[in-house]
Design a binder for this molecule. Structure first.
Ligand code: ADP
Ligand code: MN
Length: 174
């Protein structure tokens, strides 16, 4: 299947900076930012609300059905805290954002995360859960781990992805 523009996943533990990176990257490139949280909510791809975790219980099949036609055309930034459900054939680059524990603690506390969810996310970041998930689901050469603690890092991360995109376009020019 050929796309004229690539699809990029920006993933990481909640609070690592996925949405900030996605918005900046969309602004710079014209790629479309697809916030999977919003899709789940708006297209009701869920089986209800989990009170303890304060989050939707996602119906992954319904979610994939809801975005398949659009995403297969290319040009999307998929912003979500999971990645291995998206078929390999849809995806050209997987960016995994990382932060240190203290930074993540501050960001999630600011968001008033419930205690159980806060601890679980901090553990997940320490255990590199998202990085492992990405490496298992996709070819290692398309998985990139980037640090997202400072604004300068965000700038240089987005610069790197823009450069990658330019190269992808050259390689895939018809
Ligand atoms: P996510 O979408 O992964 O949950 P957000 O993009 O919403 O994370 O970012 C969470 C918070 O952390 C926001 O307040 C954002 O401004 C801040 N933040 C994220 N990445 C950075 C960074 N690289 N430098 C400074 N602040 C950041
Ligand atoms: Mn987000």
């Amino acid at each position: 299947m050929s796309r004229t523009l690539p699809n990029i996943i920006i993933t990481g533990t909640p609070g690592t900076g996925k949405t900030c990176h996605s918005e900046l990257l969309a602004e710079r490139t014209g790629l479309k930012h697809l916030s999977i949280n919003d899709v789940v909510k708006e297209k009701e791809c869920h089986e209800g609300w989990d009170e303890e975790y304060q989050s939707w219980i996602v119906d992954e099949d319904k979610l994939l059905d809801a975005i398949e036609d659009e995403v297969k055309q290319g040009g999307y930034i998929l912003d979500w805290h999971a990645c291995d459900l998206f078929p390999k054939s849809w995806i050209d680059l997987v960016v995994v954002l990382r932060v240190d524990t203290a930074t993540l603690f501050d960001r999630l506390t600011e968001r008033k995360y419930p205690e159980v969810k806060l601890q679980e996310n901090i553990d997940a970041e320490i255990m590199e859960v998202l990085l492992q998930e990405a490496k298992e689901a996709y070819d290692e050469e398309i998985v990139v781990e980037l640090q997202s603690v400072t604004a300068d890092e965000m700038e240089s991360n987005v610069d790197r992805i823009v450069q990658w995109l330019e190269q992808w376009k050259k390689n895939n020019a018809q």
